[in-house]
Design a protein around this ligand. Structure first.
Ligand code: AMP
Length: 249
């Protein structure tokens, strides 16, 4: 059984995000970009399923600019078998990504697509759900545990009130939550081996997908700066400040 693992190249989780001076976009010039952390988790899960003998091939996919090849090489170094770059300079919105992934699913016929629950750049949390809808497949989002047996996936999901376990028939779409696993680091020998693994490049046109943006960003702004806190001597002073300074009581 094949698994498709979409991985997005995003601003590294440790970088302080800055908005461009004209408020048009996030400034990514000279900023470290890495694999979306939730995608590291989904790659790890797919590789573990392969090591357990449940999965025969792990295919990593990234949609975006040529530099996404670097992200794909990271996926290959952590155990994916081959990679596909959908090469485009167009700013991709979640629906466009979902359509590109659907076209790849039609071509590759995986039994499972294992995505991250959300990309930490735009925090959309949409692609997995949209892909499942386009494919007409069942979906199990926010997975913290996945077991696959006899054409079914048993998935424990993180929901507001705690955990929920559901069973979905394969083929299915699963999205990974934070507690699904702890991703491994790529070792140097595996980074070297990954350079020789196959990486195909296709275009949205070749997949027959129109990726034109359908949403317009009106503007981006930094969150308002928070003022420094103060230490109060006692409850009486606290009440006084809340009443006379913050005006909240
Ligand atoms: P989102 O709905 O944008 O928050 O993204 C959810 C998941 O969809 C991510 O964790 C990735 O697995 C996948 N994804 C989103 N954008 C891309 C992309 N450009 N290329 C590959 N996978 C993507």
């Amino acid at each position: 059984m094949k698994v498709l693992v979409p991985v997005k190249r995003v601003v590294d989780a440790n970088v302080r995000v800055r908005v461009k001076a004209d408020g048009s976009a996030v400034d990514i010039a000279n900023v470290k970009l890495s694999m979306n952390p939730f995608d590291e988790i989904s790659v790890e899960e797919a590789v573990r399923l392969k090591e357990a003998g449940v999965v025969s091939e792990v295919i990593a996919v990234s949609c975006g600019v040529q530099a996404c090849q670097e992200t794909l090489r990271t996926a290959l170094a952590t155990g994916a078998d081959r990679a596909i770059l959908v090469d485009t300079d167009v700013e991709l919105q979640p629906l466009a990504v979902a359509k590109l992934l659907k076209a790849l699913v039609d071509k590759e016929q995986p039994q499972l697509v294992l995505l991250g629950k959300q990309a930490i750049d735009d925090d959309s949390n949409q692609v997995g759900q949209m892909l499942a809808a386009l494919l007409g497949w069942p979906q199990a989002t926010f997975a913290s545990k996945v077991a696959i047996e006899a054409g079914k996936a048993t998935v424990t999901r993180e929901i507001d009130g705690g955990l929920e376990t559901i069973e979905v028939d394969l083929p299915a779409v699963i999205t990974a939550d934070l507690r699904l696993n702890t991703p491994r680091y790529a070792t140097l020998p595996n980074i070297m081996k990954a350079k020789k693994k196959p990486l195909d490049v296709v275009t949205p046109d070749a997949l027959g997908v129109d990726v034109k943006p359908r949403l317009t960003t009106l503007g981006l702004a930094e969150p308002a700066k928070r003022e420094a806190g103060i230490r109060v001597a006692d409850a009486a002073e606290l009440i006084d400040k809340l009443h006379n300074v913050a005006h909240v009581i």
